[in-house]
Design a protein around this ligand. Structure first.
Ligand code: ZN
Length: 102
């Protein structure tokens, strides 16, 4: 077997660093917001995604001030919504959780 090329090693290192950055971010957000989905308010368990309130594509920063945690399904539901719509969705989900079973 050939030794891995420096390019592959670099990519692996970058991926590892990215993963540990993500874990650190999640920990910090849990410390701030608790272990609950931003949208439905249920416990996250292992189903954790990082949601950018203002999407990066709309100039939102990749910083904790712009990040909340959400279930994968809830995150998908909020995809493409504006911040105001996301807050409305969150309020609806909190008011009528049975309508939004995950
Ligand atoms: Zn949720």
């Amino acid at each position: 077997m050939e030794p891995p090329s420096p390019i592959t090693l670099d990519a692996e290192k970058r991926a590892k660093r990215k993963r540990s950055k993500r874990i650190r971010q999640i920990k910090k957000i849990v410390e701030r917001d608790g272990d609950a989905c931003f949208f439905c308010g249920r416990s996250l368990g292992d189903d954790i995604t990082i949601e950018h309130l203002v999407p990066i594509t709309h100039g939102g920063p990749d910083h904790r001030s712009n990040l909340v945690l959400a279930h994968h399904a809830c995150n998908q539901r909020a995809d493409h919504l504006s911040v105001a719509e996301k807050v409305r969705l969150r309020e609806e989900m909190h008011r009528q959780p049975e309508e939004f079973a995950v």
